[in-house]
Design a protein around this ligand. Structure first.
Ligand SMILES: [Zn+2]
Length: 60
């Protein structure tokens, strides 16, 4: 049975190794993964996303 983990971005429950992405020991759900992948430097949300990532990374 797979362990249940929480997305580091939106705290959504995901099954370990089954959905989403594991990044630096954190889990990211498919939705947030897509959001990250779809972002580009030109994207207005890029900076906000980066800042959010930073705050999450350092908050742990
Ligand atoms: Zn998520």
């Amino acid at each position: 049975m797979k362990g249940l983990v929480h997305c580091s971005f939106c705290a959504e429950e995901i099954y370990e190794g089954q959905e989403g992405l594991r990044l630096l020991g954190r889990y990211i759900c498919e939705r947030c993964e897509k959001m990250i992948v779809d972002s580009t430097v030109e994207d207005k949300s890029y900076f906000l996303l980066k800042e959010k990532m930073k705050s999450i990374w350092f908050a742990w």
